[in-house]
Write a protein that binds this ligand. Sequence first.
Ligand code: NA7
Length: 533
Amino acid sequence: MADKTLDALVIGAGVAGLYQLHMLREQGLDVRAYDAASDVGGTWYWNRYPGARFDSEAYIYQYLFDEDLYKGWSWSERFPGQPEIEQWMHYVADSLDLRRDIVLNTRIERAVFDEDTNRWTVTTDSGETIDTQFLVTCCGMLSAPMAELFPGQGDFAGQIFHTARWPREGAELAGKRVGVIGNGATGIQVIQTIADQVDQLKVFIRTPQYALPMKNPAYGPDDVAGYKSRFDELRQNLPHTFTGFEYDFTVAWADLTPAQRTVRLEEIYDNGSLKLWLASFAEIFSDEQVSEEVSEFVRAKMRARLKDPELCELLIPEDYGFGTHRVPLETGYLEIYHRDNVEPVAVKNNPIARIVENGLILTDGTLYELDVIVMATGFDAGTGALTRIDIRGRGGRSLKEDWGRDIRTTMGLMVRGYPNMLTTAVPLAPSAALCNMTTCLQQQTEWINEAIRHMRAHGKTVIEPTEAGEDAWVAHHDELADANLISKTSSWYVGSNVPGKPRRVLSYVGGVGAYRQATQEAAAAGYKGFALG
Ligand code: NA7
């Protein structure tokens, strides 16, 4: 006998979880959201490292289901920092009166499906058991940190932080010798923020990154009124663009002369956003020649800012195309390496071997003495949040084992063998790789909400992908993914940052609009690809 009985249990109280809780409650379900954190916010609760901020424009990283909610919050700048974003998440939770149905400081450890009752028994880290018909996972795409990477981490006498586990009380970095491992979107934000605060900064760089300069103007009352007045337009357009951003691919490379292409690239570069990546030329994802030309455009911009050839070699990518890894936005990042207290350390051919009491040792034996180590080393993306829970589907099958062999989902919304478990931010749906996350998550949570409404209206108690349904989606996903240059690279986009993880392009690359259409068509056809009973 479980301690509690629910209609639906939502794991996570971040962007997806808050909205999912709201919708399911509105349709009359007895639902609770559980979160391991001490407050709501998800990503914006955990990622409180120095310099954490949006790379999506604030006015599109928004819920668009409620005009009052949208207009009731005013952003202070185009790409605000984490403290402001976290406050906004609190504003959302409070405005929708969600807190009374959120259980904080509680991690879900196990979920077991009962084939006789078609219900889940969920166990928390406090030992509470909850019997629930629906298990809805809103755990985030990038929430399982790669935090245990090096032998000897426990021996370090200083402080060691993964960026996604930054202490709430902050960390004292002034006057310290700090090492940052990793130069992805996160590492770049940390590095450019702390360089002038610390005594010495060593940056351990394995793979160079294309980075674009961010333009981040403060917003005055007119700017705020301006974007708020466009609410209907944004609500109309965002779900249909390729990446859920405001901008989209509109011009074909082949239709422009070389001079026109340069003009277009310069103009878009000047926008100071991810637009160069997500709305210049779609061919950067499919055509090696276009990829190379746009990559060279970005390299030239980076080269012009870096003073010496050695830095160029270390920091400017040559062996993969612009946009096939996550493109970070930066503010004065490249120039950081001209500072006397900053030293980049190449670790591609001389990897970090271990952490020791007083620092970090490379394979060739070089010791870097450090007081603080910042691990900006990323996440087990898409799968890690769920495989770190012991999830048991039909016949006791384990999601960790299933995804350890082959990462499959149906539209990123369900996994065959796990009935009544509805998922967001998992592989084979559009995701952080190529999507404004709030746009994708609203689509996914709304689909889940409607699926549950449909089941209740038709007296159905169980939903699960059919074998044919899942096969078809995986095949469709792979066909698009294999044609995309992302599939030729190595990064979290294909799971290659996690030892042993089966390789697959994690994010659906057919576009947010196309995904929305496919999922809505499946629903309209009586949940084609799913069996309801
Ligand atoms: P990323 O993009 O996965 O970056 C992780 C970084 O850490 C990257 O530079 C890695 O180098 C580096 N890394 C990881 N392991 C090691 C080891 N063992 N040695 C040296 N360097 C290492 O994570 P982020 O947190 O920056 O960004 C994740 C997403 O969060 C981002 O895309 C946004 O959507 C928000 P590598 O490239 O693997 O050689």
